[in-house]
Design a protein around this ligand. Sequence first.
Ligand code: ZN
Length: 634
Amino acid sequence: MPHNSSKKTAKNQNDPLQVGLKLAEILIDGSYLTKEHLKYGQRVLAKLTTNKTLLEVLIDLKSLTPDDIEKGLHGKAVKAPVGELLVELGYIRRRELELALTIQKENKGKKIGEILIEKNFISEEKLLTMLAHQYGVAYVDPEDSEIDKKLFSRVSTKEIQKLNFVPIYEEDDGVCVAFGASNYNDEQISLASKILGQQIIPALTSDKIVQDIIRKYDTQKKVIKEHRESDTVEAVNSLLLNASKEGASDIHIEPLKRCLRIRYRIDGVLVPFKEYPLDIMAPLISRIKIMAGADISEKRRHQDGRILFETEDGTLDIRVSIYTTLHGEKIVLRLLNKQGILLDMKDIGMFPTMLQSFREDALDAASGVVLITGPTGSGKTTTLYSALAYLDKPDISIITAEDPVEYVIDGIAQCSLNPKINITYEETLRHIVRQDPDVIVIGEIRDVFSAEAAIQAALTGHKVLTTFHTEDSIGGLIRLLNMNIEAFMISSTVVSVLAQRLLRRVCKYCTEEHVLEPHEIQRLGYKPSEFQGVTFQRGKGCNQCRYTGYKGRVAIFELLVLNELVKDALLSRKSSYEIRRISCESAGLVTLLEDGIIKASQGATTFEEIMRQLPRLDSPRPFSELQRIAGDIK
Ligand SMILES: [Zn+2]
């Protein structure tokens, strides 16, 4: 069934076509566009199936340039909803506007611009620049030093608090005054002129910037309400509790020009959480430093620390990193989840044949190195731990060197590295083999030393599990070669390389079909005819997923088990392209892209996530073959 919700009745003045037409007519009036070109453009637009706007089509047809639009619309206020204007001018996409309108319906009184900014569809600066352009004025975000403080003396203390604008500087022909976006009107301009006793050169800024500047100059506020210590303690506690409740992996606390911004990383993506006025910054940072055992008087150097925070549900283990920036110290808190759900191997998200191969060909091998690769936050640790839980048996001795230990598994000798007390990688790896282990876990290969240690341990008959930062499975082998490790050492010790990523999972509460457009199918590496009948899903956005369309994550894997042909290719130092080809053909390597396509076709993740996160090195296998390999019989 075709999805028609975006259709609107033609008489509606919000009709997208009407807004496009209004803009086109202004451009015709200014001789930037001819009537004939417009007519032709409309005919082309009517035939298109894609979501292009009228102006985009006119640009495609070379009837207009972006520069014409810029000049032609300067100072021409168009009576139309801001959202429609932004779509027509190409600042946001229709899908984004529709989502924002849905959110607006559920949050009465919220402005569409506000929602678009919150959702990161457009920056506030861009939005206001667009509006300012329409009004034919400048957008300003004045530095403190640019503001002529003397101008404030013309305003009585009583009036200051009520102002919706701020004077910035004086010129021969008047005073430049910045108005907050929601107070830019003739009434306010004449009020400003009356108060300042001069002609006004208006400029546009955000309401918040106006408020922030006024707060700063409001003499009465000089006696800043003392921020009580207990408030700060409360603020930090609720920050931590909240982050844990939301399932955040990190909290970013960063000083900006005019506020302290707090963001959470949830499902791998940073989400704005709160903004505090700058005056809370110092006490807040001191409080965190005290909790983390860092030096509170040290403000110029990077520091780190750790917080153990007791909650009703157990202890939160938090790594603290303090980094000095231009605007002050930025703090990142990483929440380690010690009681984190330890996933059973069968639940980590491998399709059945891959799972079987990973268990039998990689983990059950008598000795050798199993590499798990991927960027930070790709779920390597989760896979590593579920592999350990699988290997953990009464007759097996497992020992680890991790930085730091992220989950505690009973029966395994886990060691957290701590360079401060000289528990370094070097020191630990030297001791580890003397512990008579069967399985050794080296948290991460980060240099030649740890790579050699892993290989040596495997050569002496141990099973070694470790992680590595590389793009894909073949990249893991190549990188070892580039560390000057002999090819025969690699081919005789590395049993398998598992590459992985975490993609955001489609929210099940608002999922809907996404029929791929021909150009999207091509970006996946298929011809449109090869992809017929395959549909993906995506989330419209609802309050369950904070209007992101995603909830939770799904792991994508690429498992390479080295067979003789792959080892030969490695020994003869074939190119990574060749090794990859041989692995796909002879070792049944299913690439990250292929696994992503399989999972998207099952509705788990989206086309956009595949594009954003998975390497696209070669064309995927035919889709029917992928289905067969993945055992997805329909
Ligand atoms: Zn949802």
